[in-house]
Design a binder for this molecule. Sequence first.
Ligand SMILES: Nc1ncnc2c1ncn2[C@@H]1O[C@H](COP(=O)(O)OP(=O)(O)OP(=O)(O)O)[C@@H](O)[C@H]1O
Ligand SMILES: [Mg+2]
Length: 241
Amino acid sequence: MATTIAISGKGGSGKTTISSMIVRALVEQSAGSVLAVDADPNSCLALTMGVEVEGTIAEIRDLTRDKKDNDGMDRSRFFEYGIQKIVAEAKGFDVLTMGHPEGPSCYCAANNLLRRYIDKLSNSYDFVILDNEAGMEHLSRRTTNHVDLLCIVAEPTIIGEVTAKRIAGLVSNLPIEIKQSGVIWNRADNGIAIDGIDELGCISFDQELYDIARQSNTIFDLDKDNPAFLAVKEILRTNLS
Ligand SMILES: Nc1ncnc2c1ncn2[C@@H]1O[C@H](COP(=O)(O)OP(=O)(O)OP(=O)(O)O)[C@@H](O)[C@H]1O
Ligand SMILES: [Mg+2]
């Protein structure tokens, strides 16, 4: 089974930035095959890593839903084929973009296919990195059912603390097996101690990291000794057993 690392947190806390640094760290360590999943409808993980995306799971799901049954290919094959086409292949890793969640016209057969196929796809990689939307809808929609490391990204403020507690509470009520979870304090030299929630590590404010988005650079342009990147590698080293 793939080692799954899920990244969650409040809007703007640094989820996509940290997810992409995790992907880069795993790729550079030749840790195994890596699938990066952008589970935020406002997708930008691929962009942060300089990868072009051809389509989203949502588009394939909607095409599958609207597909006529009598055109020669059954729904599940059509779906599988569609997803294979939208998995973007980059240097040393693949990217899968979820797109918008199912709307009120939810077609359960398509969603069941989606769940089944994502499980199957995920299991063909050694690592799956999930960049979640600000809420935990993706995890609660259960397109994932096991997580090895859940990283809750927060800033060490009252709001950060409240959000971290809320996410930890929400996740503990979901039928998802989570091996290890904790907070990554971002843009922070120190964290806040929270009862019952582990601290995975701290990532300081980093000007180079801040600038790459503004200069249309990607996470792979970051210096290999960048302190924020080194902090991410240390978090993986100490928390991924
Ligand atoms: N440690 C850091 N130092 C400096 N800038 C940072 C740091 N972490 C993140 N940023 C910057 O903060 C901004 C928001 O980060 P990011 O997009 O990763 O957040 P997010 O949680 O994914 O946001 P959203 O909820 O909108 O998806 C980006 O411009 C990013 O470059
Ligand atoms: Mg994001």
